[in-house]
Design a protein around this ligand. Structure first.
Ligand code: COA
Length: 332
């Protein structure tokens, strides 16, 4: 395990203490006026302690999701069908780890060290996205992840890239460019299976049936049950509510799935053309809670793999931090 906690230098530490002691009402009003004018908040700027705490929580969870999210797809690199798909998958997995890197950097600007974030991931204190706690049983699962989970992530990230915290928005912008390529390769693989042999089509349908509920969960609990949305939307960290994002995803992607002759495992799924709202069977929210709190089918395995990576990569980090100590002593 790492040590470490906050990484501020002295002037910033003083500012953090000041924020934590009292959110000065005059400063708070100035801060909220800046947000209302659409200005970006930057790391050295005054911010309410709750804004800082919420951003750390959200960006850190997002970063963890990227590095844990690389695991189910990573297991398919050696088994991808053909050289073209293998190359695309290697590049995608590498991108996802890079997104984790960008996001950890963005969270570090708020004062929490990378080490403390990794510790909180490994101890189970910090969450990561529900969808990465399910196995990728077949190539069709990888296809559904590449098409629909990347699509869901893009809906969330394109919106939040217009938010208020500069470093997070800039990271999201870059991530969205790369996710758009992921989405294209996922869609291409999806079309190939959907228009392939009956066995390929069936494999895809089975994967869709398995993934539909986790994808509906992905956007978070319904607005009425969302703990953080109201404040995060006031502060323009979240630019749309969980239900609005879910609706936007359904609007954009259900037609694309259906036009390929695939079905979705929800008889209630339909759009009201006058309101533009989709109705659906409420996904099982008790199951969602269980999965995000460590009780999903793959949570333990995912954290074990990360733990292994932390332990086996320690010598590399040590050498990077202190290259001289790693040099082989010259032979006398
Ligand atoms: N997976 C895991 N946990 C989730 C989740 C999901 N799909 N959706 C919600 N939660 C958790 C929240 O983190 C929160 O837990 P916490 O209080 O212990 O931190 C709890 O459920 C209540 O949800 P809510 O109040 O709606 O949380 P939120 O306002 O943070 O909204 C997201 C949830 C996922 C929409 C939001 O965190 C977000 O936009 N995150 C950044 C994008 C991201 O992480 N994407 C995943 C990887 S691509």
């Amino acid at each position: 395990m790492y040590g470490g906690g906050y990484i501020f230098d002295e002037p910033n530490k003083r500012q953090l203490k000041e924020e934590q002691l009292h959110d000065d009402p005059v400063k708070l009003a100035e801060f909220e006026a800046r947000i209302a004018r659409g200005e970006k908040i930057e790391p050295g700027d005054w911010m309410p302690s709750e804004y800082r705490r919420q951003l750390i929580r959200l960006i850190e969870q997002h970063a963890h999701s990227e590095i844990i999210g690389a695991l189910p797809e990573g297991t398919w690199i050696t088994r991808a069908p053909g050289f073209k798909r293998k190359l695309a998958l290697i590049a995608k997995v590498q991108d996802e780890i890079g997104h984790g890197q960008l996001l950890y950097n963005a969270a570090e600007t708020l004062g929490k060290s990378r080490e403390a974030m990794i510790n909180d991931l490994l101890s189970g204190k910090s969450k990561y996205s529900n969808v990465f706690n399910y196995p990728a049983e077949t190539w069709a699962d990888v296809t559904v992840i590449g098409f629909l989970i990347d699509a869901a992530a893009i809906v969330n990230q394109v919106a939040n890239a217009k938010g208020s915290y500069g470093p997070y928005c800039r990271a999201l912008e870059r991530i969205c460019y790369e996710e758009s390529f992921h989405l294209k390769q996922g869609h291409d693989a999806f079309i190939e299976l959907a228009t392939g042999t009956p066995a390929q089509k069936q494999m895809l349908q089975d994967a869709l049936n398995r993934w539909w509920q986790p994808i509906m969960h992905f956007f978070g609990p319904p607005d009425k049950a969302s703990v953080h949305s109201q404040k995060l939307m006031e502060w323009k960290v979240k630019m749309a509510s969980n239900d609005d994002m879910r609706n936007q995803f359904l609007d954009m992607y259900v037609p694309k799935i259906r036009e390929l002759g695939m079905t979705l495992p929800d008889p209630e799924l339909k759009k009201d053309e006058t309101t533009g709202k989709w109705s659906y069977t409420d996904p099982d929210w008790d199951l969602f809670k269980k999965v995000i709190n460590g009780g999903g089918p793959c949570n333990a395995e995912r954290l074990q793999v990360r733990q292994w990576a932390e332990e086996h990569g320690r010598w590399v980090r040590k050498a990077l931090m202190n290259p001289n100590a790693a040099k082989v002593a010259p032979v006398a």
